[in-house]
Design a binder for this molecule. Structure first.
Ligand SMILES: [Fe+2]
Length: 305
């Protein structure tokens, strides 16, 4: 199926993650998709990485019969390569914890999933699914209640604070169950972050995120970002833990219909646990996003209680 070109200027102007830097450096050029366009991500001499867009046959510019592949704006941040099909802002959002020297940082995997980027983000923001989808890890029955928490927009970001959940194995470093405190942060429409109590130091937070690459309107790649206080676990163990968690989410995500995210909250029953997702859908609506979503009528009148 030929994907229709993304005409959404808001989405085209965003920075999007397209690959983990070590994957490009170690494995050579990576061919991937962004907003339906085919891209090649490759390293150049001197450590730079460039992203080029493959010209669709017969439509790209050519000189003497050789087709030109436009080079896209590129930046490297948080261990990933980011690019844009439009005019991106000068910089990407920041994660101050990324600079702290005692943290273990890694791209813990890039997982493709057959759904929209918005659906993948919303699933990441959802606390209520833990005891059902991640039973024995991130949640456990009968601890299914989502306690009330606050959601607010500040300085162009969405923050959900005061979230709490009992988790039998909150992270690889956990030795016993704990009540985990969560805050969620959305500083980019497709890059949710969560801050959760570290099992090693209850005064500080592990930072976990997914940077979601909208490959098409209904296919995405979730690049996992981990910035943890963890001295004892090796890369392979942590990657395995993350792969197990994502493997539990993937079939749930791929069964959601429609695959594009409805921005009209009444399209799906809102409950208290969905407070963050209501705010998220409204934010996408207000930003004017039309790619990978079902816009419907204005969600203004829906109150977040
Ligand atoms: Fe999940």
């Amino acid at each position: 199926m030929v994907e229709k070109r993304c005409e959404d200027p808001v989405i085209r102007d965003l920075w999007h993650p397209v690959a983990a830097v070590p994957d490009v450096v170690d494995r050579g050029p990576i061919r991937t998709q962004l907003l339906g366009e085919t891209l090649t991500v490759q390293s150049k001499e001197g450590g730079d990485i460039c992203v080029t867009e493959e010209a669709v046959q017969g439509t790209g510019a050519s000189v003497d019969g050789v087709s030109l592949t436009p080079t896209l704006p590129t930046l490297q941040k948080f261990g990933f390569v980011w690019t844009s099909l439009g005019s991106p802002p000068d910089s990407l959002f920041d994660i101050p914890e990324f600079q702290e020297s005692d943290r273990w940082y890694e791209n813990s995997g890039s997982f493709r999933v057959h759904t929209s980027a918005g659906r993948a983000v919303e699933n990441f923001l959802d606390l209520a699914h833990f005891p059902f989808v991640h039973e024995g890890y991130l949640g456990e029955r009968p601890y299914t209640e989502v306690k009330d928490y606050s959601v607010a927009t500040k300085e162009g970001e969405i923050w959900a604070n005061g979230c709490e959940f009992y988790q039998p194995i909150a992270a690889v470093s956990a030795t016993e169950g704990q009540v985990t405190q969560y805050s969620y942060r959305l500083a980019h429409p497709f890059c949710p972050l969560l801050y959760k109590t570290s099992p090693l130091n209850r005064e500080r937070f592990d930072v976990i995120g997914i940077f979601v690459q909208p490959m098409t309107e209904e296919r995405a790649c979730a690049h996992q970002f981990l910035c943890l206080l963890d001295e004892s676990n090796d890369d392979a163990t942590i990657k395995r833990f993350q792969a197990v968690i994502f493997g539990q989410d993937k079939p749930i995500l791929e069964n959601q219909v429609p695959k594009r995210l409805p921005l009209e909250p009444r399209a799906e029953t809102p409950i208290r646990a969905d407070k963050t997702s209501i705010q998220y859908r409204r934010w996408l609506y207000d930003l004017g996003i039309s790619y990978g979503v079902v816009r419907g009528s204005s969600p203004e009148q829906i109150s977040v209680t």
